[in-house]
Design a protein. Structure first.
Length: 554
């Protein structure tokens, strides 16, 4: 029976023109055993949650509710335990007589409905809501319990009591920290900032590249909050005057999460920033990085060369590591020996030897690299080129028959050459070893659930015309609960890729100005960042504002 229901869902999505028959067949063939078709399609990005909900709503005749402004009755939370609600992705909305209305992510989950009916004694009526909506509601309505409220408003407790409460599982401070981390994962935040201010402590999340305030806590909680995070990250809780680094590994909602924690002393106490590395969603497929066709082809040719150095450049947080890992993942096979040296090792990759830099014992990038060269490597990945010594060892390694991949902080692909020479590397070394440079930025992607076509503004038409492009329509998000009313959800990369040619090498050897390199790049039909961005605006993936936020219109 259930098989047929599932098949019908797939057919309905094909009929509605949301997915193609090929996508459906590929998903059915590749999905994990027992995984629901809807979830498998979501995971591949073929459909959005909103589209799935609409089709289910139509197929099952079950109403769809948006919990963003739904007047949920908090008293109902006592009927359904939080664990049960979370495990089955549901939340009670309202009761009328002997009927209980429940919002579910999967209204076909008859076992959960039966369990609920038996445990509550009510007739269960279902509505559909998206997973994110339900998780947000569960956190909003379940976690604020009395002891927490009392704790947030209570006067500071003596130090001794505090120490004990920092490690007990059910103490309010432990629950508060868990809640902060959980909300960050649910909102897909990349960083959590805990900012001490004069009268309060502000907690901010960086979502899709932009920071926004999540909540403010009273000042008296700062000490306990800082101490709890330091305990989790194995830091010294007695030291407040020097910066510290640590890591936290934990499971949030059955999901492995790795946090890099860094503290720094400010005038109002220690500021903590946690980088959230979600090990479940590490993008390791080179085809899903958002390269356009020409760039993808050129990039794959670059990394499949046996020797040379390929650099990936861009500011902090522009997705350089993801591109590096995706490249390594593509090259990873048992015929090659891949060794990386990183600071710190962000994602662990199977079959690749990863080394962590440790300057305290003299294990710097340059020293590690020299050791790696004695380990018979084929491919070397250097986390970052920070100084002349590392640059030179990396370049020499690429000249002695190795493929070297690394990152560098520069603004665009062309200025990378100037930056290397500026570091003190000889121009002839740069010219002979450099195979290519990828420069990238991340821009926010238009939310697929609330996007709508719009006429381009006069300024937009001008911008496109300056780069020799035409634009007829642009996509913008209206703002909906899925994207937190921002109109954007998720991010997409823009790339520019410079492949070195013999003519370019001559220009570098002769020490000619950068403008000459630029002319040659244009002659080679190099796609600049701004062009790649505007092409992605044409495809309806992002907006002109986002592209201009990260690239310069020349």
């Amino acid at each position: 029976m259930k098989k047929q229901e599932r098949k019908r869902l797939g057919d309905l999505l094909v009929e509605a023109g949301i997915i193609t028959k090929e996508q459906l067949e590929e998903t059915l063939k590749e999905k994990a055993p027992g995984q629901k078709l809807g979830d498998a399609l979501l995971q591949r990005g073929y459909i959005t949650e909103q589209q799935l909900i609409e089709v289910l709503e139509f197929q099952l005749g079950i109403p769809h509710v948006s919990l963003y402004r739904y007047p949920i009755d908090p008293k109902l939370m006592s009927l359904v335990p939080k664990e049960f609600a979370k495990r089955n992705m549901l939340i009670p909305l309202k009761k009328e007589g002997d009927r209980l209305l429940v919002a579910m992510a999967d209204p076909m989950d008859f076992f959960a409905i039966d369990d609920l009916r038996l445990s509550t004694g009510f007739h269960i009526e279902t509505a559909i809501a998206s997973k994110d909506d339900i998780l947000r509601a569960i956190n909003k309505y379940y976690d604020v319990d009395d002891s927490m409220e009392e704790f947030l408003s209570a006067a500071p407790t003596p130090e001794t009591v505090e120490q004990e409460r920092l490690v007990e599982d059910d103490s309010p401070i432990v629950r508060l920290v868990n809640q902060i981390l959980q909300m960050a994962v649910e909102q897909r935040a990349s960083d959590i900032h805990i900012d001490p201010q004069e009268t309060k402590v502000v907690i901010r999340y960086r979502v899709d590249g932009l920071l926004r305030t999540e909540r403010a806590l009273p000042k008296h909680m700062q000490g306990m909050l800082t101490a709890r995070i330091k305990i989790l990250a194995n830091m010294d809780i007695t030291e407040h005057r020097v910066p510290q680094d640590g890591r936290i590994k934990m499971n949030i909602d059955f999901h492995p999460i790795d946090l890099r924690v860094s503290t720094i002393p400010t005038i109002y106490g220690e500021k903590i920033v946690m980088r959230v590395l979600d090990l479940g969603t590490a993008l390791n497929d080179i085809n899903k990085l958002g390269f356009n066709k020409i760039n993808l082809q050129r990039f794959i040719q670059l990394i499949e060369q046996p020797t040379g150095i390929v650099l990936i450049t861009g500011p902090t947080g522009s997705g350089k590591s993801s591109t590096l890992y995706a490249a390594l993942n593509r090259l990873n096979s048992e015929e090659v020996n891949i060794i990386t040296i990183e600071d710190p090792v962000e994602y662990q990759l199977e079959g690749i030897n990863q080394i962590q830099v440790n300057p305290n014992v003299g294990m710097t990038f340059a020293e590690g690299l020299r050791a790696i060269l004695r380990q018979d490597p084929n491919i070397i990945m250097v986390g970052e080129i920070r100084d002349r010594e590392t640059a030179e060892v990396a370049i020499r390694a690429s000249l002695t028959g190795h493929l070297v991949l690394s990152t560098l902080h520069t603004n665009d692909a062309l200025s990378t050459v100037a930056r290397l020479i500026d570091m003190g590397v000889e121009p002839f070394l740069v010219a002979t070893s450099l195979s290519g440079v990828v420069s990238q930025r991340l821009v926010r992607r238009v939310c697929r659930d609330c996007q709508q076509e719009q006429e381009p503004t006069k300024r937009e038409i001008e911008i496109f015309a300056r780069r020799g492009l035409k634009i007829e329509k642009v996509m913008r998000g209206r703002g909906c609960p899925t994207c937190n009313m921002t109109g954007y959800r998720g991010r997409i990369a823009l790339h520019e890729l410079m492949v070195m040619t013999d003519e370019m090498r001559k220009v570098i050897l002769n020490g000619e100005p950068l403008s000459k390199l630029r002319e040659l790049a244009i002659k080679n039909k190099m796609i600049f960042l701004i062009d790649d961005g505007l092409l992605k605006v044409k495809q309806g993936l992002t907006t002109t504002e986002e592209v201009l936020r990260v690239s310069i219109l020349s």
